[in-house]
Write a protein that binds this ligand. Structure first.
Ligand SMILES: Nc1ncnc2c1ncn2[C@@H]1O[C@H](COP(=O)(O)OP(=O)(O)OP(=O)(O)O)[C@@H](O)[C@H]1O
Length: 416
């Protein structure tokens, strides 16, 4: 991400359904609402002047209740629905005004779509379905079969290539839909309630699968969902839509911690904050001691200076090597021992900054600060057990009670 050109840029997009889109558009521009426009023209304002940009590699979720305009907006991106006004840019190219041939080309090679109902051909095999996007593009049979098998492998279905869709479960059929989109090698995937028809457990698997694929493939994904939990789980950013407009666009953490209005706040009420918030949001930056560079006395002074009970020691590459506690240091010093290694605990709780607070909550029970490491394994800071409990303060009473019971019952030496 960063300051590169956005993959997709949408400017003032409006979609009006009905017989008088021009006069409805004028009313909209004059400040008309969905209701007033409907009343005066009989037309429906599907998308109400939305502007946003999506960066390459971003998973952008459009979330909203039924009828808020999500599907319409998504379909305006590849012009399965023609916008009434506004512009959509893909890699800087204005596709709102692209000629039909060019548009076809874009849909076949640059923007692939995955549908809720899978949209598989029942009489074609799994492999034939997966290669369908390449067939319509006129690719030679051998090459498209090779690519289809490759993508079926990616989604874990290579054993099923010669079966018919009806022989597959719902989750597997959606994997075929995903394979078909991936086979086109399009770098933009438009996914319309792609997991909406799946059972909750299968749905969870597919969300995890999508995140796994995304961490390898780095596609730009626009994902429509009516489920706030799904949106917050998979989205790099989430746009919450109502009456054709965006109420708020932000990272899951921003939405949970800084809802802009009551509408968003209401959505967040039953969200498990510990699942959404990352440990990075409560990490404390600490000054670790480099192993071999400090004596027991110096480590104790260091702890007194920073008013902490424990400190991590890192090796010469900055990776945590162990933790020492003030009491152990004081005892060692009283016994005349200056070698810090004698009191170093090499077992300590550790997590990454991108882990959710829920994922590290069980590590808080050891009563030690959790070492938070960055992607290269270097110590980025610590999360204190008290901060874990504090951050999940808005969890249900039951969840907090369970957490406290787990802390009380835990055996400190069993550090994971
Ligand atoms: N072809 C159409 N003709 C007239 N109105 C339409 C058409 N398609 C959508 N609409 C209206 O536009 C608005 C937005 O619909 P849209 O399907 O985009 O919402 P959505 O958020 O995707 O809802 P859902 O989750 O139920 O699919 C709704 O009021 C809908 O009734």
């Amino acid at each position: 991400m960063g300051s590169s050109e956005p993959k997709i840029r949408v400017e003032s997009l409006v979609k009006i359904f009905g017989k008088k889109p021009r006069s409805a558009l004028e009313l909209f521009r004059a400040g008309g609402t969905c209701e007033s426009i409907l009343e005066q023209t009989g037309d429906v304002l599907g998308v109400a002047g939305v502007s946003f940009a999506i960066q390459p590699g971003e998973l952008f979720v459009i979330m909203g209740l039924s009828g808020s305009g999500k599907s319409t907006l998504l379909r305006c991106l590849n012009r399965l629905i023609e916008p009434t006004s506004g512009t959509v840019y893909l890699d800087g190219e204005d596709i709102t005004h692209a000629e039909p041939d060019r548009l076809r080309d874009i849909r076949r090679t640059k923007m692939a779509m995955v549908f809720q109902k899978f949209a598989l051909f029942p009489h074609l095999t799994v492999a034939e379905n997966a290669e369908y996007g390449l067939t319509v593009r006129g690719m030679a049979a051998r090459e498209r079969r090779r690519r289809a098998l490759e993508t079926l492998e990616v989604v874990g279905l290579s054993q099923w290539a010669d079966r018919l869709p009806a022989e597959l479960s719902g989750g597997m059929q959606q994997r075929v839909g995903l394979a078909r989109a991936l086979a086109t090698e399009a770098d933009v995937l438009l996914m319309d309630e792609a997991f909406g028809a799946l059972d909750p457990l299968i749905r969870r698997d597919m969300q995890a699968e999508l995140l796994r694929l995304q961490s390898e493939l780095h596609k730009t994904i626009v994902f429509v969902s009516h489920d706030i939990h799904e949106a917050l789980k998979i989205g790099d950013r989430v746009a919450v839509m109502q009456a054709g407009a965006f109420e708020q666009v932000g990272t899951p953490e921003e939405l949970v911690t800084h809802p802009v209005n009551d509408y968003i706040r209401d959505f967040m009420l039953d969200v498990n904050r510990a699942q959404v918030l990352k440990t990075g949001s409560i990490v404390r930056i600490v000054q670790p001691i480099v192993l071999g560079e400090s004596s027991v006395r110096e480590a104790l002074e260091h702890l007194q200076d920073c008013d902490r009970q424990q400190t991590y020691l890192v090796d010469s590459t900055g990776r945590p090597a162990g933790i020492v506690e003030a009491r152990a240091l004081a005892a060692a010093l009283a016994g005349g021992c200056e070698d810090i290694r004698t009191v170093l605990r090499a077992e300590f709780p550790q997590a990454t900054a991108s882990a959710s607070i829920e994922e590290v909550a069980h590590l808080g029970r050891f009563g030690l600060p959790v070492a938070i490491v960055d992607e290269s394994g270097q110590l980025a800071g610590v999360v204190d057990p008290a901060d874990i409990l504090g951050s999940i303060g808005r969890l249900s009473q039951r969840a907090v009670a369970e957490e406290i019971a787990a802390v009380a019952a835990a055996k400190p030496q069993a550090i994971i």
